[in-house]
Design a protein around this ligand. Structure first.
Ligand code: CTP
Ligand code: MG
Length: 247
């Protein structure tokens, strides 16, 4: 399918704590944004890459302009748009900038800058095979429990207690790029405009919005190398990955 990758890079990077947007933070001598962009282009899946940047960030915009020059003829069209206050707002900005004739959209986090090409291919292959929505995911290594606040009398013991344990074999940690038929993603984000603020705040990925519309979301194998650079520890992992891939 003719595909656009929406690369969301408009976050502020609070948890990384560099005092600059995460996309601008250096990783192996380049910015996180440039690693993410090069990975997308190397995968060869996209006719258009739509980069969503923090509003007014001239530095990141210049990086994109320079990369556009670098792209050979026949490479993807590189579009830049301003992001919004939430990730979902930023994705919506990207959807508004899709070029004509786009059949499929991959939404990808710049924070997953080291995503291997194979993950892009598995997502696109599932779309080509007929999926309306597909996400890459990996098995969860930790045991995951739900918790609830302890009753008032027990506060001295601990602030919360276990409410239940999810069956780990059915759990997956979800990554990006998440792939959608263009119309499916558009409709899901339109429907999301009707959510109550509390519901909207609980939406952490695009697939969730598609799930709410009742459409099947298929799962393909992700990669442990697609870690989302969120905290300083993740940046150490990412630097280590650049030294040499995992076995
Ligand atoms: N993102 C975005 N627009 C926003 C918020 C997030 O485009 N308003 C993007 C980020 O740039 C990132 C991805 O969504 O590539 C995942 O978000 P996250 O890892 O939370 O990044 P930040 O929001 O930048 O980090 P933090 O939450 O620590 O501030
Ligand atoms: Mg965030």
């Amino acid at each position: 399918p003719v595909t656009t990758v929406i690369l969301v890079a408009a976050g502020s990077g609070q948890r990384l704590g560099y005092g600059m947007p995460k996309a601008a933070v250096p990783l192996g001598g380049e910015t996180i944004l440039m690693h993410a962009l090069r990975g997308i282009v190397a995968s060869g899946v996209s006719s258009q890459v739509c980069v969503v940047l923090p509003e007014g960030d001239d530095g990141l915009r210049s990086l994109c302009d320079a990369f556009r020059e670098e792209l050979a003829d026949g490479g993807p069209l590189l579009t830049v748009v301003d992001g919004g206050p939430t990730r979902a707002d930023s994705v919506r900005q990207g959807i508004g900038a899709l070029m004509d004739g786009i059949e499929a959209v991959l939404v990808h986090d710049a924070a997953r800058a080291l995503t291997p090409e194979g993950v892009f291919h598995r997502v696109v292959d599932a779309l080509a095979a007929g999926a309306e929505a597909v996400i890459p995911a990996v098995p969860v290594v930790d045991t995951v429990k739900t918790v609830t606040p302890t009753p008032a009398g027990d506060h001295a013991v601990a602030p919360e207690m276990v409410a239940g344990t999810a069956a780990r074999e059915n759990l997956r940690a979800v990554q990006t790029p998440q792939g959608f038929r263009a119309e499916t993603l558009r409709r899901a984000h339109e429907a999301a405009q009707e959510l109550e603020p509390a519901e909207a705040a609980a939406v952490t990925d695009d697939a969730m919005l598609v799930e709410m519309t009742g459409t099947n979301v298929y799962v393909v194998r992700g990669s442990t190398q697609s870690l989302k650079i969120t905290t300083p520890l993740d940046l150490i992992f990412a630097e280590g990955l650049l030294e040499g891939p995992l076995g």
